[in-house]
Design a protein around this ligand. Structure first.
Ligand code: PAF
Length: 274
């Protein structure tokens, strides 16, 4: 695996690869990332990854400083997956001056995650566009675990005519149902034991909706109450239309239930397609 840290070296290295699929990450790689790398490989002969903890998508109160940085370990995992190229810039490379050109995502980005993490998607969309411009992949793979992020990026690529096909990878779960996430490592032992409840709540709603229940708001409210009773601080549980994440209405078939809640200081998100 070739590891490049500057845009100049990346551009030189990039020339060697004809068909390139790309998996952008913030590092601290787990089985979820590995499944995205494997999916990328099914789309193109060569695979590139990036590791960059993007300050622009963290609010000042969030965990930018403490976000797990495990570069050596990540490199071993990428090597083991046969990744051809790793772009691992530091902040001076991607943000040599304060980033004042910012992607302004549509109103969808102010809902759900965006309502609790203002400007999160501005930061994500901006860095992803920059990474696409640097790496110039033909295909890029994003996990469904960050469902709204996937939608925002798909939307951006479509509206800005970015020549990259966006592919969605399925969420990888622990044996007890907890969606894999770098932030799971923040959970205390008792909170880790509680954590699968979020996924279980989403599954309960999905089951009810599949069974014909269209009282989406009531289902979500009941779930929020159960989570709160279990010691969580829920941000939202919501049934949405998959296509654009608009509120679900009765009769629609392609739905997704999304949720975010805090256990102690750790904020977990998850979703299930219905
Ligand atoms: O999903 C992530 O890890 C990040 O949001 C991404 C897409 C790498 C942008 O920083």
């Amino acid at each position: 695996m070739q590891v490049v840290k500057s845009i100049e070296d990346l551009r030189t290295a990039r020339k060697a690869f004809k068909g390139l699929a790309f998996v952008p990450t913030m590092g601290n790689l787990h089985a979820g990332h590995v499944s995205l790398l494997r999916l990328a490989r099914t789309h193109r002969t060569h695979v590139a990854a990036s590791i960059f903890v993007n300050r622009l998508q963290f609010a000042p109160t969030e965990d930018f400083d403490s976000y797990p940085r495990t570069f050596q370990d990540d490199c071993k995992k990428l090597e083991a997956e046969g990744v051809d190229l790793l772009f691992a810039p530091d902040e001076r490379v991607l943000y040599p001056q304060p980033q004042s050109y910012i992607v302004e995502p549509p109103s969808m980005a102010n809902d759900l995650e965006g309502a609790f993490r203002p400007r999160f998607f501005h930061g994500v969309a901006t860095v992803v566009l920059k990474l696409f411009n640097c790496v110039q992949p033909e295909v890029a793979v994003f996990g469904k675990k960050d469902y709204q992020q996937l939608m925002v990026i798909r939307n951006m690529v479509g509206q800005l005519d970015v020549p990259v096909s966006v592919i969605a990878g399925e969420t990888v779960r622990e044996a007890d149902g907890l969606a894999m996430s770098s932030r799971n490592t923040y959970l205390s032992i008792p909170d880790r034991a509680k954590a699968p409840q979020l996924q279980a709540e989403l599954a309960t709603i999905a089951l009810a909706v599949r069974g014909g229940n269209v009282e989406f708001t009531k289902l979500a409210e009941e779930s929020v109450k159960r989570l709160a009773a279990g010691g969580w601080k829920p941000d939202y549980i919501s049934v949405r239309r998959r296509e654009d994440l608009a509120s679900a209405t009765a009769g629609e078939k392609q739905l997704v239930v999304l949720g975010a809640a805090r256990l102690g200081a750790t904020r977990l998100i998850d979703n299930l397609e219905i």
